[in-house]
Design a binder for this molecule. Sequence first.
Ligand SMILES: C[S@@+](CC[C@H](N)C(=O)[O-])C[C@H]1O[C@@H](n2cnc3c(N)ncnc32)[C@H](O)[C@@H]1O
Length: 273
Amino acid sequence: MTQAENDSRAWTLVDEGWGRRAVDFSTLSEPANCREYVALHHLLSVDAGDRLLDVACGAGLAIELGCLRGAQCAGIDASKRLVEVARFRNPGSDIRVGDMHRLPWEDGAFDVVTSFRGIWGTTPDAVAEIGRVLRPGGRLGLTVWGHIKVSPGAWALSPFQLASKDKVDNQAAMVSLGRPGAGEGLLESCGFVHVRRVEVPFVWEFADPDLFARALASTGPAYEAIENVGEEAFYDAAVDEARRHLRANLPLRAEINVVGYLARNAPEEEMEA
Ligand SMILES: C[S@@+](CC[C@H](N)C(=O)[O-])C[C@H]1O[C@@H](n2cnc3c(N)ncnc32)[C@H](O)[C@@H]1O
C-alpha cells in the first residue's frame, strides 16, 4: 500500500481507539473540557443564526453548547461510535462520520468553524479544507495542546507515555502546533487573516483516582498505551499517578496549558487578489 493510500485509510481506524469506550468518553472525559468550549464560543461571539461546524466533534458536547447559544450546528468526527452519541445529544444538528481532510459540505457553508484539540501538527491539510467550507470573512477558532511539560496538570497526560516509542514520538509531532509561531504560520499559509493566539482555560477535575483512570482510558492516546502494556497496567499507572495529586476534601484537579487560535477567513476581495 502506498503512503497516500495509508494516509487516506488512517481515519477509518480512528474509531478503534476513540470509539471503544464512547459512553465513558462522553460522560467522564468530555465534560471535563467544558471550560474550553465555553471560553472559545465566547471569544468567537457564537450567536443565534450562526451556521457553526465543529471539526473532530467527538461526542458532541461542544455542539450542544453551541446550540444553546442559538447557533445552527453541524459536526464531523471519524469515530462512528462518538458520532452516535453526538447525534443522540443533538438531534437537530447535521453530524456526520467522516474525515476532516474531506469535509462533505459545500464551499462557504459555515459562518464559524471550531475544532477543540482536533487539528494537529500532523493534519495541516485539514486547515485548508476548513478554509474552503468557511465563508469569506468567516470566524475560525481552534484549540491545541500548549506547553504540556510546564503545566501543573502535566501528570494527568503522563500515562500516555506507556505507548510504544513510535506512537509517543507521533504524539509529540501531533502537539507541535502549540509551539510559538507554529499555528500562526500554518493558518496564514492557508489564507487566514487576523490570526491571534489566545489563552484558553483547560482544567480537568475528577472525583477520585478511579474515575480519572476510567476517563483517561476512554481516549484515543490511552488506547495506544493499552495496546502496548495492557489495560490493567495502564489503569494501575493512571490510578497511582492520580493518588500522588490527591488533596483532602478537594477534587483531583489538573490544569493543562491549551493554546487557542482565532482567525478570519480572508474576505472575498483578498481571496480574489
Ligand atoms: C482529542 S479528541 C477531541 C474530541 C473533541 N473535540 C473534544 O473536545 O473532546 C480528537 C478527535 O478527533 C477525531 N479524529 C481523529 N482523526 C480524525 C479525522 N481524520 N477526521 C475527523 N475526526 C478525526 C477523534 O475521533 C476524536 O474524537
